[in-house]
Design a protein around this ligand. Structure first.
Ligand SMILES: [Zn+2]
Length: 299
């Protein structure tokens, strides 16, 4: 494929956000860098785990989803989700190691027994195998890293580093702002077209509970109940759990608002953080972050 055609294809592909496409346009082949040391998948994983207290964990979802520890790494892609477009892009770039924050096969443990006859699973699985791509999930470890790489990346992106305590980055004390202004700020800084929210636009917000990803209703509600924030900002939630709790909390007289960012918007900065870590520590192998984008369209 000529460069021009490649470019056209990249630009047409709206499933990846513009910033990700931009990186590709300026870096035609990340395997092209001359390595001064070769790395296996296992060596890179073990190097990261050295920085995580208590690692390796006896029980973790951070396993290989395809490929092997012994594979020699030609190039690395970090991403929120190893989507089929991300895998295809990695192949085009000559990268054979994908570090994804979230599952590859649609459930927390990446159990695939129930998917064996599913055509989408078969397609994705074959794409990975045929192209010798190793996928490693880095979820539990990056959250247990000091600092938590996801919060570190997100706070950096939001410019909120001065508003949190290091040991509890989910408790944010912002200069007072109105809910509507906070929402506009989040949308702009996280490059998201819309958020779902519950609350009064004019409500003053100072105390923020920032819960990235999908912590689950009981953890979200538990922390909200303990910390009494003006606003809880979450990645995603079950509509019938946390959202209904917030409605009842407001009806019972509490002044609390809720903002739902979307799972990827709340954690994508962690994959940026991981690329920074790789570029610093895994010399000789090119690494880049690809936005897997988010699955929804909005009308
Ligand atoms: Zn996470």
């Amino acid at each position: 494929m000529t460069n021009r055609l490649q470019r056209r294809k990249f630009i047409k592909d709206t499933s990846l956000l513009a910033a990700g496409a931009g990186i590709f346009l300026s870096a035609p082949n990340i395997a092209g860098a001359a390595p001064n040391k070769t790395w296996t998948v296992g060596e890179i994983i073990d190097l990261f785990l050295k920085e995580v207290n208590g690692a390796p964990f006896a029980t973790t979802v951070d396993t290989l989803k395809s490929g092997s520890r012994d594979m020699q790494v030609k190039g690395i892609v970090t991403t929120m989700f190893a989507t089929i477009p991300v895998i295809r892009r990695a192949i085009e770039l000559g990268a054979n190691f994908i570090i994804a924050h979230e599952p590859t096969f649609y459930n927390h443990l990446d159990n695939t027994d129930w998917l064996k006859k599913d055509e989408v699973y078969q397609y994705k699985s074959k794409l990975l195998t045929d192209n010798n791509i190793t996928v490693w999930r880095n979820h539990d470890y990056i959250h247990s890293h000091h600092p938590d790489g996801v919060y570190a990346g997100l706070l950096q992106q939001l410019g909120w580093n001065n508003y949190v305590a290091a040991n509890a980055p989910w408790n944010v004390a912002l200069p007072q702002t109105k809910l509507s202004a906070l929402i506009s700020d989040l949308k702009q800084k996280l490059n998201i077209p819309m958020v779902r929210y519950i609350g009064d636009d004019d409500q003053p917000c100072k105390k923020v509970l920032l819960m990235v990803g999908a912590a689950g209703g009981q953890r979200q509600i538990g922390l909200i109940g303990e910390s009494h924030p003006d606003v809880a900002i979450v990645g995603e939630l079950q509509e019938w759990e946390t959202a209904e709790y917030i409605r009842d909390a407001r009806a019972s007289g509490k002044k609390i608002s809720l903002i739902v960012l979307g799972h990827t918007a709340s954690e994508d900065a962690g994959s940026e953080y991981m690329v920074g870590w790789l570029n610093k520590n895994v010399t000789g192998v090119k690494a880049m972050h690809l936005h897997s984008g988010q699955p929804f369209q909005f009308k």
